[in-house]
Design a protein around this ligand. Sequence first.
Ligand SMILES: C[S@@+](CC[C@H](N)C(=O)[O-])C[C@H]1O[C@@H](n2cnc3c(N)ncnc32)[C@H](O)[C@@H]1O
Length: 323
Amino acid sequence: MGFWASKVLLSAVELGVFGVLDNGPLDLRALRSRTRLHDRSAHDFFDALVALGLLQRDDAGRYSNTAEADLYLNPARPGYIGGIIEMFNARLYGFWGSLTEALRTGAPQNEAKQGGDLFANLSTDPVRLEAFLHAMTGQALPVAHALAQAFPWHEVNTVIDIGTAQGCLPVQLALAHPHLTGGGFDLPAAGPIFSRFVASHALADRLQFFPGDFLVGELPRADVLVMGLILHDWDLPTKRMLLRKAYAALEKGGSLIVYEFLIDDDRRVHVPGLLMSLNMLIETRGGFDYTGADCIGWMNEAGFSDTRVVPLAGPHSAVIATK
Ligand SMILES: C[S@@+](CC[C@H](N)C(=O)[O-])C[C@H]1O[C@@H](n2cnc3c(N)ncnc32)[C@H](O)[C@@H]1O
């Protein structure tokens, strides 16, 4: 019944419950009216959110956000990660209803079900593309904060994030380390979305957009290249090809940082990594998640050395390698 609790969270974000409570506690009547819920549903819905630890209710019956909900789920806060939850609600919740079909057929169950690939499909629709890239910021923000501390950035000058989406990672690295320059590489359709996001953080003089298709062309050059949730989208030959391209684009001594929901090497305990791999079954034609040992093996084949796994935030870990 885990999906019951999941959908309560997804709907709460969709209905804007945590944003409505930004201005302080509200009683049942006021919260129901502000979120436009039916009289029959509101009491149970809000109290379910209390029981799930997402809202609290005081002795006077007034609801407010818990500290965690306020930090991560209130759109008025800089740490808001609700974009990814909006995307789960609008896309993945429905697609996961076809998990059995995906398990039987091995075929994607998303927009690519009728053919093509997810990213090509999204690139044709600016509104859906922006929602998807904004969603990526929701999942990348905590990992970007962790990565800003987990690498010796003072030793390097330039960083380019490959498959950067809105540019969450380079923005957070540039905010934390004022000497860094570089930017993000992505399909050309992402360019205006990246540029708006970077400009909104007043970083346009330090971060630029590098348009390209990593399946076809070379990667741009920098001291450090990052691939966050990129390799898991592709089959093994493509993973290896992307690692070879990263190796070719780096100078000797340069670093590649790959981050994913890395599965534990014994493939027994890291539930998010294994479920993310099933999510790749639903979302892509050949993608799958992998262990740190798998990644280190492919990196070493590509020529990298000094490879190491570094835990980041939540389910994410990085594999860092040197050319
Ligand atoms: C799963 S998202 C990961 C976004 C971000 N790195 C993160 O960690 O949140 C994959 C990204 O790769 C980009 N991408 C997909 N295919 C690409 C290609 N052929 N060339 C360049 N970028 C591509 C997508 O547009 C998207 O921004």
